[in-house]
Design a protein around this ligand. Structure first.
Ligand SMILES: *Cc1c(COP(=O)(O)O)cnc(C)c1O
Length: 404
């Protein structure tokens, strides 16, 4: 059992007022709030530890390097990776996906195929379109069923010897669907294809073990798991990462530079050109420590309680329709009420301190699939409560009254 009051006390922002009301923050799918330990770790680095990593012989550089590398080890343990050098620090999920797509651009040729799904965030669509444009490969799309889950029969038919990569999300940011990635990975591997999972919505919501999951690549962002912005992870199996060419060239990623021939550093440095977000990476460890102390499984169980409660309560609002009704869902509720515009609902509840997301959630193909311009979305984190859900639902009811 989580002690929610104790958890909430660690998030200073939850004490602030918005438009005169206590903040109810239900936009965790976009980014989560940060606990004091993360804020302190970031400030402490600049106050007491600031130095570049991997470069200096001096004391502070050694300290910064040790702490930077400590986060890598913490991430490795957190996701059950086999080696710490399979953890590449990036700017975020988008950056991680682009790194992989940029690599595949050089590996693929005409006749090769990449499979993504209709459920994807634009970050897991556009880089593959660019990759296909530049390599001559073809993009195939797994369609969505009405309940917001993937059409696995069509996926089976799309798979072939031509499939070189399958790139799908673990959890949909727009609908909350938890995809059956275990099956997707196994089936893709049967055809010799590599698999990249967009785990941006999963990393603080479900327990991960890379060695059991067997994905070739797995991407996520620190800022959606109580950590700082500007930090992300690309996990890749050693061999899968080694098969990719470097993404960016520069300092840190080389073994030897000469005008005749430059040789590249080993993993992970091959993919970490330039000075990284040192403060952010160091503070990211505090975020993972926060999650680990609570237990990801406990968080998942609690967020599921919030989801079940909110789903039941929100459906009592007449004319409200939930998009995304798959059996396996994460703590995300996307909805519309009659023909009210979601933006208007979002604006009115904001006046009452309730932060929800409205719009297409960077998933325009899903909106097109359901023939809607957008939805209003509530997404939960470990510090949210049923009392907050009651407040939000009252605010949504008021918005409905005002708008109809
Ligand atoms: C947020 C999100 C992304 C993009 O993450 P960034 O941190 O903005 O790079 C990609 N995919 C999904 C499913 C997301 O929720």
């Amino acid at each position: 059992m989580l002690n929610i009051n104790k958890i909430r006390a660690q998030f200073p922002i939850l004490n602030r007022k918005v438009n005169g009301y206590g903040l109810v923050y239900f936009d965790n799918g976009a980014t989560t709030q940060k606990p004091q330990s993360v804020i302190d770790a970031e400030a402490n680095y600049y106050a007491n530890e600031n130095s570049n990593v991997h470069r200096g012989v001096h004391f502070l550089s050694g300290l910064a390097t040790d702490k930077f590398e400590a986060t890598r080890n913490t991430v490795q343990a957190f996701i059950g990776a086999k080696h710490n050098y399979e953890i590449i620090f990036t700017k975020g999920t988008t950056d991680s996906i682009n790194l992989v797509a940029n690599g595949f651009r050089t590996l693929l040729k005409k006749g090769d195929e990449i499979i993504i799904s209709e459920l994807e965030h634009h970050s897991n669509i556009v880089p593959w379109q660019m990759c296909c444009e530049q390599s001559g490969a073809t993009l195939k799309v797994i369609p969505l069923l009405d309940n917001g889950s993937l059409d696995m029969d069509t996926f089976n038919n799309l798979l072939s010897e031509n499939t070189k990569l399958v790139a799908v999300s673990h959890i949909s940011n727009a609908l909350g669907t938890i995809n059956n990635i275990e099956t997707i990975i196994e089936k893709a591997h049967n055809f010799g294809a590599k698999v990249m999972i967009d785990g941006a919505q999963a990393a603080s919501h479900v327990a991960l073990n890379m060695q059991e999951l067997n994905a070739d690549f797995y991407c996520f962002s620190a800022h959606k798991m109580y950590g700082p912005t500007g930090v992300g992870v690309l996990y890749g199996k050693e061999a899968a990462l080694n098969a990719l060419p470097p993404y960016q060239g520069g300092g840190e990623m080389i073994k030897e530079v000469s005008f005749e021939k430059t040789t590249y550093a080993c993993l992970p440095h091959k993919f970490e050109a330039g000075t990284p977000n040192i403060a952010g990476v160091i503070a990211f460890k505090a975020a993972i420590d926060f999650i680990t102390a609570l237990g990801v499984k406990n968080i998942a169980k609690y967020e599921d309680e919030l989801l079940q409660y909110a789903t039941t309560e929100v459906l009592k609002i007449e004319g409200l329709k939930i998009y995304g009704t798959a059996a396996h869902k994460s703590g995300i509720i996307s909805f519309n009420i009659d023909n009210l515009h979601p933006y208007d609902i979002g604006m009115i509840v904001d006046k009452m301190g309730v932060a929800i997301r409205t719009g297409h959630h960077c998933t325009q193909p899903i909106m097109k699939r359901f023939n809607i311009p957008g939805t209003a979305r509530m997404s939960f984190a470990a510090y949210n409560t049923k009392a907050e859900i009651d407040i939000a639902i009252n605010a949504i009811k008021k918005a409905k009254q005002m708008l109809s």
